[in-house]
Write a protein that binds this ligand. Sequence first.
Ligand SMILES: CC(C)(COP(=O)(O)OP(=O)(O)OC[C@H]1O[C@@H](n2cnc3c(N)ncnc32)[C@H](O)[C@@H]1OP(=O)(O)O)[C@@H](O)C(=O)NCCC(=O)NCCS
Length: 430
Amino acid sequence: MPDDRHEPDLPEPYRLACVVTDGTVSEGIAAQSRAINLGFHMSEPDADFLSHFARYVAGQRLWAVQGSPDSRELPGLPVATLSSYDQTINTGHGHLEPADFITDVTVRPTHRRRGILRGLIGHDLAVARRSGLSMAALTATEGAIYGRFGFGVSTQNQSVEVTSDGRFVLSHQPEGSVEMVAPDQIDELRLDVFRGFHHSHRGSHGRLDWWVDFASGRWNYETQQPDRRVRSAIHRDRQGRPDGVVSYRIAEDHGSTMTMTVDDFIAENADAELGLWEFLASVDLVTTVKASKVNPETPLPWALRDPRVVRFTRRSDLTWVRILDVAAALRARGWDHAGSVALHVIDPLEWCTGTYRIDVAAPGETAEVARVEDAAAATIGIAALGSLYFGGVGARALAGAGQLRGTAEQVQEIGRLFATDDLPHCISAF
Ligand SMILES: CC(C)(COP(=O)(O)OP(=O)(O)OC[C@H]1O[C@@H](n2cnc3c(N)ncnc32)[C@H](O)[C@@H]1OP(=O)(O)O)[C@@H](O)C(=O)NCCC(=O)NCCS
């Protein structure tokens, strides 16, 4: 059970409860699942869905807000939900920092805009902070909701459409080989390759077990059934070690233009990424391959004889991070540059407000962080710090956007210190 000594700040008459999650279907689990599906406009859960849900949320903090006991509206169903669990985020140089992952946030339409989300998320973050976590993370249905609670965009979701006709020709042959595999026979391999990816990619978020069911086609959470159209292929390096795995579906279309949708693409390195792309583009009858969560530094267009075969179609926020403990988060970061800066941090929830001196003696060293008095320090909001932290945005852009205020020299120094050799790359929605 979570430490919930923090008193939730919910308006009257709402009360907060924490649902027991032991992997089995109970009345509380069924009500929570129904409320979540209502919030996200999904079908009412049936028995099969409930047993999957119960298994997937085992061990999570399942917060349920109950309305007035006198209400006749949907008796027994919480009016709002929020789930959270501990998972890790790669903060650079292979460090996996434990964080509070927030998901399944819903408020029933008839109870919206009364401050329920504010009370619920404030409570969950307070519990996480008290338990010693230095950051929280989520993905958002809408971009305007979470900045006010101190969340900043930490990784971007890049989508592409690749023309997979005769124009797809790589200008060099990537190392290794690709083979097709039975999607539901490679769970351990998927976990291993993801582990390798997670350790080697700044900004990567850890995953729960459900994604293996999804990538294998055993269970699609949205359609609430198995998906037998899923196919998989793996990439092996020169030594035969698997270092890439992809799952995809090809839409049922008896015409001459078939579209492939990539559901999951894990590549530990450029050879695995290019090798798997070459395979996907070689599948007969398919003319377009659509993929999201593509590496922001993908070598693909640079490796093609005709780079126009790749169209970057959409780029938007993927993960948002809320720093809960500035000093702990900065000490957990992998630094690519040395430097010394002072930052005055402003936190709408007040937890992190203060001025911090950050010293990194040499690239790869742990930052020394101290609270100081420095009226001349540059100023940044806690949400913008969450973005700067992962290196996906630079100090200059944040200053231009009015999110970082300081002299030109201060902005330059902060930019140099926070610059990363790698762009953050996350392939895990949650
Ligand atoms: C998004 C949602 C959870 C908001 O819940 P809520 O209880 O109405 O939110 P609150 O009343 O606590 O609002 C807190 C603040 O956020 C703002 N806000 C809430 N939802 C917002 C939205 N969709 N867009 C922009 N601002 C929003 C409110 O205006 C309020 O701002 P203020 O404090 O400056 O006045 C709810 O509308 C919902 O369930 N939506 C459908 C499911 C969904 O999208 N969930 C989010 C998953 S990431």
